[in-house]
Design a protein around this ligand. Structure first.
Ligand code: NFC
Length: 544
């Protein structure tokens, strides 16, 4: 038996340590440990609720918008504030573009190098690479000249020993299976992806005033003045710029990222067998289409035991069972006590003990839904929409599975998580443009309202702001008393997925997904990285 410790896990956000016991080339036990705590929830106490989103947004710089949205929604939920349609549409575009940006970065810059051998790309024939790329997509960037230029650039880096960020990858590892041409194609698209993720970030900045960390929200709407005729925050010129940026990124997502993902998944089909782990899922409804958060384009769901057919569909953000049944346990986390608390009563009192296999070993709390560990993220959102009968999602999921040659149930896996993210990016790229059209149409009809100005009243109020972020279900929980924040807790996608064991000894999703994972060389545990990266960990979010 070998014990391997990966610390820090790189190509993620935040500080994650993974420990795994390997027996006969297979992982038999695992621990997920978040290594840093900042205490922003405690900083929020006693501040004005209308300012919470500005502070909470600093939980993370990768998911640049989501904590702002959840935080604002928590106050709006507590005070029963309606959000005008223009504000909902603007928020929807920001959320969709942020997902596009985030998923592009995850696939190419954070996870592709687990599957793509950069050094093997040197052996590729650029002409054959162009033929391969053109056989899967008509994207104009897929030319022999382009691939030759990228290969030349790579050669000069290798010859001068300046591989830079590519220097210490597991090149030549026996688990790397792509032919040299597929490797060269992926390396070229890795470089292209840097430009397209920036375009999505620019679109967010046009609407949000700034990216990362948008500045255009307020309780009751957005602070984005809309006037088509003059120099308001959002005018015809800015709308045209948005449309052009979002159209370009949609082309990249649908003609490069998505086909690359399908091609890579088809070659690594065995990875639909690994990384299953926790198959209870949670997704919340997203993309509101009314002013009260009761009607959404995408439904949420609770799925137990991977049984999509028996999903309990969630249609709105006021679902009382869901609100009552989310709790966090700290028996294996570096906080005082061993208890389980509902987030409105949640506590964040640090108690560091060093790493104890059978005791406390992480700063991450263990969220549980009805006492069960739950996986959140793109597969959960797609399963929910699939079960809820969303035609667009059904078509896209079925077509993707057919192209790869797998079934929907194979998506409970390492490769399934990567595939689900590409499908979700495809979907979000469409939503971005659809909501821009809806916004323009609504303003065209004469609706110029973008916020319902809201005073914080005296008295005690409790609210929860749900949001389906790129990594999954996010919720911010606020208790307001006498116009101040009395308590504030965030239960974040990566908190669900990076969760440690709980008081019943149930493993969290990262941990459970590693059990059964192959490891060909214990000193180069590439396969462990594959499964962990498939969740797109953000430990800055998980522990805030
Ligand atoms: Ni940071 Fe996150 C917050 C997480 O909700 N986990 O998806 C978003 O970070 O990336």
């Amino acid at each position: 038996m070998a014990r391997i410790t990966l610390d820090p896990i790189t190509r993620i956000e935040g500080h994650l340590r993974i420990d795994a016991e390997v027996n006969g080339g297979v992982v038999t036990n695992a621990w997920s440990s978040a290594q840093m705590w900042r205490g922003i929830e405690t900083i929020l106490k006693d501040r004005p609720p209308q300012d919470a989103w500005i502070y909470a947004q600093r939980f993370c710089g990768v998911c640049t918008t989501v904590h702002a949205i959840s935080s604002i929604r928590s106050v709006e939920h507590a005070l029963k504030v309606d959000v005008p349609m223009n504000a909902q549409y603007i928020r929807n575009i920001i959320m969709a573009q942020h997902s596009v940006q985030d998923h592009i970065v995850h696939f190419y810059h954070l996870s592709a190098l687990d599957w793509v051998d950069v050094v093997s790309a040197l052996k590729a024939d650029p002409k054959k690479t162009a033929q391969l790329a053109q056989s899967i997509s008509s994207w104009p960037g897929n030319s022999e000249t382009e691939f030759k230029a990228v290969q030349q650039k790579l050669k000069s880096f290798v010859e001068t020993g300046r591989l830079g960020i590519f220097a210490s990858g597991y090149w030549g590892h026996p688990a790397m299976k792509l032919p040299p041409e597929a490797n060269l194609m992926a390396v070229a698209h890795y470089l292209n992806a840097l430009d397209y993720q920036r375009k999505a970030a620019q679109a967010i900045a046009i609407l949000g005033g700034k990216n990362p960390h948008i500045q255009n929200l307020c309780v009751g709407g957005v602070a984005t003045a809309i006037n088509m005729e003059n120099l308001a925050t959002l005018n015809m010129e800015k709308i045209a710029a948005l449309k052009s940026l979002m159209t370009e990124t949609r082309e990249f997502v649908q003609q490069v990222y998505y086909p690359d993902m399908v091609a890579i998944a088809s070659i690594y089909k065995d990875w639909f067998k690994y990384g299953r782990g926790v198959v209870n899922y949670l997704a919340v409804p997203e993309m509101p289409e009314d002013t009260k958060n009761t009607k959404f384009a995408l439904p949420g769901a609770i799925i137990n035991g991977g049984d999509i057919k028996k999903a309990r569909i969630i249609t709105n953000h006021q679902d009382l069972d869901l609100i009552a049944n989310i709790k966090e346990n700290v028996s294996h986390a570096w906080y005082e006590g061993n208890g389980t608390l509902h987030p409105w009563d949640g506590e964040t009192k640090p108690n560091y003990t060093d790493f104890q296999d059978n005791g406390k070993y992480t700063w991450c709390k263990a969220p549980r839904l009805d006492g069960k560990p739950v996986q959140v993220g793109p597969p959960a959102q797609l399963f929910a929409a699939y079960a809820g009968g969303n035609e667009k999602v059904r078509k896209l999921v079925d077509a993707s599975c057919a192209k790869i040659g797998v079934g929907v149930n194979d998506l409970h896996s390492t490769m399934g998580r990567l595939g689900a993210r590409a499908i979700r990016a495809h979907l979000m790229a469409d939503y971005s443009l659809e909501y821009l059209d809806k916004l323009v149409e609504n303003v065209g009809k004469g609706d110029k309202v973008y916020a319902n100005p809201t005073e914080i009243p005296k008295g005690e109020y409790k609210g929860v702001g749900f949001h389906e972020a790129p990594r999954g279900t996010l919720s911010h929980w606020i208790v307001i008393e006498n116009r101040k924040i009395k308590n504030y807790q965030a239960v974040v996608p990566s908190t669900w997925n990076a969760s440690p064991r709980d008081d019943k000894g149930q493993l969290g999703p990262y941990e459970a997904s590693l059990v059964g994972n192959p490891v060909a060389q214990a000193d180069k545990p590439l396969e462990v990285l594959r499964t962990i990266h498939s969740f797109d960990p953000c430990i800055a979010c998980a522990v805030h």
